[in-house]
Design a protein around this ligand. Structure first.
Ligand SMILES: Cc1cc2nc3c(=O)[nH]c(=O)nc-3n(C[C@H](O)[C@H](O)[C@H](O)COP(=O)(O)OP(=O)(O)OC[C@H]3O[C@@H](n4cnc5c(N)ncnc54)[C@H](O)[C@@H]3O)c2cc1C
Length: 354
């Protein structure tokens, strides 16, 4: 396996141009914390982004920072915290900014902070055949052209390499509070629909964790609303939310990520033994002990109009029925005409059934 360690976007462009000419298949690697997501892909080389880790600009007053995509999330978090700000990714410390965006991850606090891709206002990106393109703008009013940066979010390194991003950042909340109560997903769903200003509501098999943040008085009011619905709640000031994020679950059990309409989540997930579900959002991470459990979960997700790809361990995308596969294929052809970026990994490579 060849390793490519670019130091500049031009190095990335050279490497991908060469790969497209020679047919060398390339996997883009950031912090390697989410590398199982998507179908497994046989490759000849890994392109590591971790030396593209500089800060290009940071204007706290503008609530904007421009960083290279290989910057680690802990380094970015420390820089922003010095100015009372954050990029609300809540990703593992070793994860890279580009990896978080490319894997389509978002914070469990997204009821409050929104999806992470909305924080990306500008992107520098190298296509599979080595073209350096830029999308978006640092000032929101200045945007013209296609939102390629939105397309790159969640593309799992199959369309190109993100080399630099401009990110909107936000002030750290004055106060944060986690309320933990005995309960289940139906309770979490009730809390998420009543306390709509909560930052996040996570249900596991036997507990519900609610994250509140904002001004002190606001947090007190929200906490009172949660306690009315879950009187046995215990309040704590915890730095991370949820207390044990799914990516820190021990062992190597297979984890599938269920995505369905929020109202269908209970039906898909409640019967499983180990899960963490984001109430009000329609996402859940479920341990599948074996292929039968995975198959059953996928069937329930499909009946509910959703999907359940594996995001840790073997299993990939399964035989998901992909809407718009033809559009995805055309995008893949335009961005990576030689098909060298993680071939087989994306939905575009699944057999078309609709
Ligand atoms: C089961 C599981 C669930 C998770 N769920 C969440 C979650 O809900 N929210 C959350 O915040 N975090 C989640 N994470 C944490 C996740 O590891 C990080 O958010 C992040 O995706 C990892 O970044 P990384 O740099 O390690 O990416 P990597 O693991 O190195 O790469 C992830 C994907 O992005 C591609 N890629 C990496 N860098 C680039 C780039 N510069 N340009 C183009 N493509 C690139 C890779 O090819 C790969 O397909 C989860 C992790 C796991 C294992």
């Amino acid at each position: 396996m060849d390793l490519i360690h670019p130091r500049t976007a031009a190095d990335v462009a050279d490497a991908l141009r060469e790969a497209s000419t020679s047919g060398r298949r390339v996997l883009v690697v950031g912090g390697r914390r989410h590398i199982d997501k998507g179908n497994p892909s046989g490759v000849d080389a890994e392109l590591w982004t971790t030396q593209l880790d500089g800060v290009v600009a940071y204007e706290p007053a503008e609530m904007l920072t421009v960083v290279q995509a290989g910057m680690r999330c802990d380094a970015l978090g420390a820089m922003l915290a010095e100015h009372g700000q954050e990029w609300p990714a809540d990703a593992p410390p070793e994860a890279t900014v580009g990896g978080v965006i490319a894997s389509g991850s978002s914070s469990a606090r997204r009821m409050r902070v929104g999806p992470l891709r909305d924080t990306v206002v500008e992107m520098e990106f190298v296509t599979g055949d080595g073209r350096l393109v830029r999308s978006g703008a640092r000032t929101v009013k200045n945007v013209t052209g296609y939102d390629l940066h939105r397309l790159a979010a969640g593309s799992l390194g199959t369309l190109g390499v993100i080399t630099q991003v401009a990110l909107k950042v936000r002030p750290l909340p004055e106060r944060r509070l986690t309320l933990t109560a005995p309960g289940d997903l139906p309770l979490a769903t009730a809390i998420a629909s009543e306390v709509t200003l909560a930052a996040g509501v996570v249900a596991t098999t036997d507990a519900v964790e609610v994250r509140l943040e904002g001004w002190a008085g606001e947090v007190d009011e929200l906490a009172a609303a949660v306690t009315r619905l879950a009187p046995a709640s215990t309040p704590e000031d915890l730095p991370s939310f949820p207390r044990a994020p799914w990516w820190t679950w021990p062992g190597d059990a297979t984890i599938a990520e269920v995505a369905v309409a929020p109202s269908r989540l209970v039906g898909v997930v409640s019967a499983t033994t180990t899960y963490a579900a984001l109430a009000g959002v329609g996402l859940a991470w479920v341990v599948a002990a074996n292929e039968d459990e995975l198959g059953e979960l996928r069937r329930r997700a499909e009946r509910a109009g959703g999907i359940a790809p594996v995001v840790r361990g073997p299993g990939g995308l399964g035989s998901a029925d992909v809407r718009g596969a033809d559009v995805l294929r055309r995008l893949k052809r335009s961005f990576d005409p030689a098909h060298v970026l993680a071939p087989g990994r994306s939905l575009a490579d699944l057999p078309q059934t609709r």
